[in-house]
Design a protein around this ligand. Structure first.
Ligand code: B12
Ligand code: SF4
Length: 512
């Protein structure tokens, strides 16, 4: 095949993350490069990047402009695809990634977009390029939906890559990886931000059925074996070569559940402990990691272990989210990690369909019991194709269907039992509420239960009071001063003090 010029676009507008790497895009780039294609990439975070990208396309005229998009980024594909057609009318435009995979109808709604790729894109994309290059009918390529004169041709999904080892290592150069792995630029708040960190992913797919997660929806698309692993040999080889090349000091393992397959786990981490032993961060799942595994994780250098707790309310966690986790097992697993000296991060969600403030208090309480080193929270988002995403559409709970950058930091739903401003309140104050509950403050005016509506309107006051109390000088006067400051707010309090000072000055005291 003749080499073609392909320009990839990684969309990351308004992201909460610093610039990062995508293993999926890197893998597509590596396969294209192996076939001799010339591959470049624009990393688009804002309007200025978008302008630079358009200028680049106008000047270099690539044969194909290929976007990668999750759901929240798709509005940017809608914005950029017509711009590409304006500056380089001959370019073929295509989009792959989770969003077009689970919401393929987006092709018909997007001007200037010629095709979408559903599912794994490495080999299907090569097939499409071959058809384009030979002038054949590309619209029949497996895994693609193609659009011409408003007509959409829908093709079935091609097979999954059965043996991940046949794929080259994901390409990092195309992403300017030197910059991405630089100290201070770590995607996870893993507590070691001043080191050079590298991201890896050795497995694909997850066998669990969580109703909020795209993984389950992706698995449903493919019959047969969906969960696959790279061989331990290849995984270790990739680690060694990237550690040498980029002088990595911390490893971020993005695999959904690194403890999923015991045999793979023991092989991999025994070799990791013996030959690499750099501190690493990884994801696990409660119920897949026993005492021996925890010991090996520690020996190998595990710095932070991430678990999805999602909700402390049993009904929400197991009936709505279908997480399938017993409360006792969660507590046991966190305690086990802490006993082995491994730090933990708990991932939680607020604003779930069926949730109420009262139910959410259980999440605060459970996190206080777990004492994770990092309690994290995101606002529920109804991702397309997921069980809960579909339920939200059916029940007309979605008030903001243009998914935007506020995803996970604001709610897209209108829930009957949980007002949007309360969801935001609990999201913004989660850490504080968990810490307070963990300090044993279970009663009194400022206990989390008290914050059930309408109390969140006092959130600012309560928070100021809490923070102030810690700094307050002991004794009843110190506390009263802080309580006053909390209730009045900084400005009014300062004014009151200056008036008091004036009065005292007039009376001959220094007024401190
Ligand atoms: C690692 C990871 C991250 C990392 C790295 C991001 C990345 N782009 O890889 C970090 C932590 C930075 C991250 C951030 C976010 N993530 Co994330 N992440 C994942 C995770 C766990 C693995 C992704 C992965 O590497 N998969 C394996 C690779 C091989 O698959 P892939 O990336 O989909 O790529 C393949 C195909 O999609 C396709 N393809 C992809 N692009 C293209 C382009 C073309 C042209 C073609 C032809 C094909 C193609 O071919 C690839 C190779 O086979 C997934 C869950 C999962 N298991 O998939 C969630 C997941 C993808 N993330 C998700 C979300 C929501 C986010 C955030 C939006 C969260 C937030 N609010 O900040 C951000 C968005 C960042 C961004 N700009 O895209 C959701 C997406 C749901 C959705 N429908 O949009 C997922 C599915 C998790 C979930 N909740 O269900 N994430
Ligand atoms: S939330 Fe975790 S365990 Fe559940 S399906 Fe998604 S990746 Fe698997």
């Amino acid at each position: 095949m003749c080499p073609m010029r392909i320009h990839l676009v990684y969309l990351d507008p308004f992201s909460i993350y610093p610039p990062h790497y995508s293993v999926g895009v890197g893998s597509v780039a590596a396969v294209l490069k192996r076939e001799g294609h010339e591959v470049s990439l624009s990393y688009v975070r804002n309007d200025r990047d978008a302008e630079d990208f358009c200028r680049f396309v106008e000047q270099t005229r690539p044969r194909v402009v290929a976007f990668s998009s999750m759901s929240s980024m798709f509005p940017w594909v809608k914005k950029l695809a017509p711009m590409v057609k304006r500056v380089a009318p001959g370019a073929f435009t295509v989009c792959g990634g989770v969003h077009p995979t689970l919401e393929p109808a987006c092709l018909g709604e997007t001007d200037g977009l010629d095709a979408i790729c559903r599912g794994e894109g490495e080999y299907p994309f090569l097939n499409l390029l071959e058809a384009l290059e030979k002038g054949q009918d590309h619209s029949r390529t497996e895994s693609f939906w193609c659009k011409a004169q408003g007509e959409v041709t829908r093709n079935p999904l091609g097979p999954l890559v059965a043996d991940l080892d046949e794929l080259p290592f994901p390409d990092r150069e195309v992403f300017d990886y030197e910059k991405i792995c630089a100290p201070g630029n770590s995607v996870r708040r893993c507590g070691i931000p001043d080191k050079r960190a590298g991201e890896f992913l050795f497995t694909r797919g997850c066998p669990f059925d969580c109703a909020f997660c795209s993984n389950r929806a992706l698995r449903d698309l493919y019959p047969g074996k969906y969960v696959r692993f790279r061989s331990v040999d290849k995984a270790i080889e990739e680690l060694h070569s990237m550690i040498d090349r980029y002088k990595l000091e911390v490893i971020l393992l993005h695999d959904d559940i690194i403890t999923l397959n015991k045999k793979w786990f023991y092989d991999f981490f025994t070799r990791y402990a013996n030959s690499i032993c750099l501190p690493f961060v990884c994801n696990s799942r409660v119920g897949t990691c026993d005492e021996d595994m925890m010991r090996l994780l520690k020996e190998a250098g595990c710095h932070l272990l991430v678990f999805g707790v999602e909700s402390g309310n049993d009904y929400i966690r197991n009936r709505v989210l279908k997480k399938g986790l017993a409360r006792e097992k969660i507590i046991e697993t966190f305690a086990l990690a802490h006993r082995h000296g491994i730090q933990t991060l708990s991932q939680n969600i607020v604003g779930i369909p069926g949730e109420t403030p009262r139910r959410f208090i259980d999440t605060i309480n459970l996190n206080a019991d777990l004492e994770p080193n990092i309690p994290c929270i995101g606002i529920f988002h109804p991702y397309p194709g997921t069980e809960l995403g579909k339920l939200c559409v059916e029940r007309k709970l979605i008030k903001n269907d243009e998914i935007s950058f506020v995803e996970r930091t604001d709610t897209a739903l209108e829930l009957p039992g949980f007002r949007a401003n309360h969801i935001r309140y609990y999201h913004d104050n989660f850490l504080h509420l968990v810490k307070r509950r963990a300090r044993g403050k279970t009663r009194g005016l400022f206990s989390p239960e008290r914050l059930i509506p309408p109390y969140p309107i006092f959130a600012g006051i309560i928070r100021r009071h809490e923070e102030g109390q810690r700094e307050a000088s002991p004794g009843p006067f110190g506390r009263t001063r802080w309580a006053l400051r909390a209730v009045l707010g900084e400005r009014l309090y300062a004014r009151l003090r200056s008036v008091r000072r004036k009065i005292l000055r007039n009376a001959g005291s220094d007024g401190t």
